[in-house]
Design a protein around this ligand. Structure first.
Ligand code: NAP
Length: 338
């Protein structure tokens, strides 16, 4: 007979383990709500693929993204947060307690939920790009830049991410060309100035990437000058795409109200269209998208959850058998794969 699927009951489930999710965990844990962070795979969010973070308050010398996440996580664990590094594959928000299917089929039942699943890198959707992803095409300079020593590279995008990627890539590459579709960059002045001042970086504005060439690895990047319509091939052994992100909200489609771009719609800051489900960070915020603003939203979501639970109490459990109720502080705090 197949084993019955495991079911666990928690007061608060937090989906995502970037700055928003982990700050929410710190606040919920300190409020004695013993949160369960379902961290996603890979865990930690976009800071895990960021090098120097120079604008997070409290770190005058800057801090590495993964180190900052580790500190958030240790702080959340210190107050009783439990972590599961797995993805939520399905949700049922029709009634409380809410049901979340995690990893290989474990069900988490929660009185309240905070969604902080963040956002994922966007791609150009070119044929060559798909084919050569992981073979010279990347959306993460900090992950893959090391493999491009003395190579000629192209970065696409005109925002802070593109500037940051280009600057990082100069550590390895012989040259980096930033290709941007408009005549003006979107990036902040300080990032633009740094990139423009770098001797290894040049810019091609009003220009689109139309294809990536190569069979086994990248051999060139085909571009089109928008004003003249001229198409040419840049010699390049790598293409780094840095054109923004999409919210990681697909699992909630149909369960929560999303906007046209897929961001979770909130009112009163962190409340979603379902009472008892809150959202914070980049899955909600397409405007600020900073680690510190995500952390701030995580804090607000936790305070809203605390108030919600004090007003609504524990949801009645209909599922009697197999539920390991976890209502008090002091349970296991280490990572358990599911
Ligand atoms: P972003 O600011 O939205 O910029 C995306 C860039 O990609 C834009 O220049 C956009 O062009 C271009 N783009 C979008 N879709 C494209 C397509 N299909 N083809 C070609 N180009 C396309 O995204 P981001 O750079 O990832 O930054 C997001 C947020 O994070 C911002 O608030 C930023 O300040 C922040 N951030 C900060 C730092 C830092 O301070 N160190 C580092 C990274 C990110 P258009 O300009 O024409 O729209």
């Amino acid at each position: 007979m197949p084993a019955a699927a495991a079911i666990r009951k928690v007061r608060v489930a937090i989906l995502g383990s970037g700055p928003a999710g982990l700050t929410a965990a710190i606040y919920c844990a300190r409020a004695d709500l013993t949160p369960l962070v379902i961290g996603g795979v890979p865990a930690g969010g976009q800071l895990m693929i960021t090098t120097d973070v120079e604008n997070y308050p409290g770190f005058p010398e800057g801090v590495q993204g993964p180190e900052l996440i580790e500190k958030f996580r240790a702080q959340a664990a210190r107050f009783g947060t439990e972590f599961v590094d797995a993805n939520v594959t399905a949700v049922d928000f029709r009634r409380r307690p809410f049901r979340l299917t995690v990893g290989s089929g474990t069900t988490i039942v929660a009185d309240a939920v905070i969604i902080a699943t963040g956002a994922n890198a966007r791609w150009l959707n070119l044929r060559g790009e798909q084919r050569l992803r992981g073979h010279g095409v990347s959306a993460c300079a900090t992950c893959d830049g090391f493999f491009f020593k003395d190579k000629e590279l192209v970065t696409v995008g005109g925002g802070d991410s593109a500037m940051e990627e280009a600057l990082f890539l100069t550590k390895f590459a012989s040259h980096v060309t930033v290709v941007h579709r408009r005549s003006e960059l979107r990036a902040s002045r300080i990032m633009q100035d740094r990139a423009r001042a770098h001797p290894k970086i040049s810019f091609l504005l009003d220009t689109e990437v139309v294809d990536v060439l190569g069979t086994v690895t990248v051999e060139g990047v085909k571009i089109k000058h928008r004003r003249t319509g001229k198409v040419e091939t840049l010699p390049a052994q790598g293409l780094f795409v840095a054109i923004g992100h999409d919210p990681a909200s697909e699992s909630f489609r149909g369960a929560l109200e999303l906007d046209a771009k897929g961001y979770i719609v909130t009112h009163d800051v962190t409340r979603t269209s379902v009472e008892g489900v809150f959202a914070a960070g980049d899955v909600v915020d397409h405007r600020y998208r900073q680690a510190v603003s995500a952390a701030g939203l995580g804090c607000m979501a936790a305070l809203d959850v605390e108030k919600f639970l004090s007003e609504h109490g524990e949801a009645p459990m209909e599922i009697a058998a197999g539920v390991a109720a976890q209502t008090r502080k002091g349970k296991s705090r280490h990572v358990r794969p599911m």
